[in-house]
Design a protein. Structure first.
Length: 263
């Protein structure tokens, strides 16, 4: 592959735009952040920043990236950067392609970030026990089947529809975020139904507010599962997380009103 301007490598990008790239990186970090040392994370974050012009693609020289870290007061060595690259390639986070100059000599590399591939579904599938906190009660407000039973039966063949078949009632931003963990239309719709139920009386909330709540709650769900909590009923656990966040916001609102009138 010939060396050239970053615009030359646009076709290598795997992301729709920078927002899509950032969402994928955030999902990768849930899985991989603990795998890198503090210095390696500095190197990785610098590479991510330099991959913004063409979403997920960077052709900067390693020395340029290392120097940028030094300028920002985050001194790392070239060997640290190269060690980060080896780990990132091993985990499937990115691939590195060599380029050559017109004279045939090797030039700088092109770093191509990969779309997130989740292993979270397997973690849930392997869970044979449930350890849900006492506070995570549903109180009969929302009941559903086990996640493992939420596949669609099409022509009696028990086939599962992927996220592209999700109802248009589900906001695209939420669908696109969740699908990297549960690429199943029915599951995504059930998760959004939790938001619909929990925010039914919150008439002041815009659709953007609800999407933000849905994604923040889902991130908490994934963090808890990745931290080792065994969850049999994903929907019930998600319902409890959403409820807890809304309760905290309600309490904070009343506290702010009290302080305002008290003063």
């Amino acid at each position: 592959m010939k060396a050239g301007n970053i615009e030359q490598f646009k076709h290598l990008s795997q992301f729709r735009d920078i927002r899509d790239f950032n969402n994928n990186i955030e999902q990768w970090m849930i899985d991989l952040k603990s795998k890198f040392t503090k210095s390696e994370l500095i190197a990785l974050k610098r590479l991510i920043r330099y991959s913004a012009r063409v979403a997920g693609v960077c052709n900067a020289k390693i020395q340029t990236l290392v120097s940028a870290c030094h300028v920002a007061g985050q001194e790392i060595s070239r060997s640290t950067f190269e060690r980060m690259l080896r780990k990132a390639k091993k985990f499937g986070l990115l691939i590195v392609r060599n380029t050559t100059k017109e004279n045939g000599k090797q030039s700088h590399n092109v770093y191509i970030f990969q779309r997130y591939q989740s292993q979270i579904s397997q973690i849930v599938s392997d869970s044979s026990t449930i350890d849900v906190a006492e506070s995570a009660k549903i109180d009969g407000a929302y009941k559903t089947n086990n996640l493992l039973e939420t596949s669609n039966n099409i022509n009696k063949r028990n086939e599962t529809l992927d996220a592209s078949f999700t109802s248009n009632r589900v906001p695209a931003e939420f669908r696109d975020f969740v699908k990297y963990f549960f690429n199943d239309a029915k599951t995504i719709e059930e998760l959004w139904k939790v938001i619909t139920i929990q925010t039914y009386y919150y008439t002041y909330m815009s659709i953007d507010d609800k999407v933000s709540l849905a994604i923040d709650s889902f991130k908490q769900l994934i963090r808890n599962i990745k931290s080792g909590r065994k969850v049999r009923n994903v929907f019930g656990y998600y319902y409890a997380i959403v409820g807890a966040i809304l309760d905290r916001e309600y309490e904070n609102t009343w506290m702010e009103m009290y302080e305002e009138y008290a003063s």
